[in-house]
Design a protein around this ligand. Structure first.
Ligand code: GLP
Length: 237
């Protein structure tokens, strides 16, 4: 893992942009994208950059079950607002949250990824070490599937909804096995409430207790952290 510790998430966004620029120069054309507050500074940098994605494909990690593209908390809506409206891609895929048939959604999404293998996958990190919506305990080789969200994730995401009861209980998510197939991975984490998960991911054992720890086994991972998120690492990077 290449670990980069920067001052704050603004600087992290610039690092993120650099990883996208380099990947693109090297021919990357399929980009796995993520939602949440973490990638926002990277998206802001991309929006202000000269990067052109009109020939590229994006495939998002996950989506809440039950939320459609017009719902302000759906991940499709998030992507439109933070990136796609300003930086269009040739095609942008997000799992269909309105399709209530997990088998079909999962199968079709895996087929899509097989047809368009992901060159660079961007990830955020959940406070409990989850990636995508792969909560602790998820099999490390799982493919796209329907996930039952844990209470800790529901609590963490409740801030985006009027009240906790409105937070969806299920999501569709690429599995950890799907994520690990990407040729390159960029994971970002900012703030002290990610520090424990970061330490587990980078220095802990590879275990389903911290899904992100499996990234230690991927050959090309860049980790971008601010100082607070890096504060529980014991080694110097
Ligand atoms: C959600 C998303 C993840 C994201 C995580 C962290 O659960 N499904 O993809 O990484 O939250 O969110 P944030 O970046 O807002 O801390």
């Amino acid at each position: 893992m290449k670990i980069k510790v920067v001052k704050d998430e603004i600087a992290g966004g610039k690092e993120g942009l650099r990883v996208f620029e380099e990947a693109k120069q090297n021919g990357a054309n399929v980009f796995g994208l993520a939602t949440g507050s973490t990638p926002v500074t990277t998206y802001n940098e991309i929006v202000q950059s000269n990067l052109d994605f009109t020939d590229s494909i994006s495939i998002n990690l996950d989506e809440y079950v039950g939320l459609g593209p017009d719902h302000p908390q759906s991940y499709r809506y998030f992507m439109q607002t933070h990136l796609f409206n300003q930086k269009p891609f040739k095609q942008s895929y997000v799992p269909d949250g309105l399709n209530k048939d997990p088998q079909t959604v999962s199968k079709e999404y895996e087929q899509l990824i097989q047809e368009h293998p992901i060159d660079l996958q961007l990830l955020g990190l959940g406070r409990n070490g989850h990636i995508g919506f792969n909560e602790p305990g998820t099999a490390l080789d799982a493919k796209t599937h329907q996930v039952t969200l844990t209470q800790s994730t529901i609590d963490a995401n409740a801030r985006f909804f009027e009240n906790e009861n409105e937070v969806p209980r299920y999501a569709y998510s690429m599995g950890i096995g799907t994520i690990m197939q990407a040729k390159e991975i960029l994971i970002e984490a900012y703030g002290e409430n990610k520090a424990h998960a970061v330490a587990q991911m980078v220095e802990g054992p590879v275990t389903t207790d911290c899904p992100a720890s499996v990234l230690q086994q991927h050959p090309n991972v860049t980790v971008v952290l601010d100082q607070a998120a890096a504060s529980q690492l014991t080694k110097k990077y």
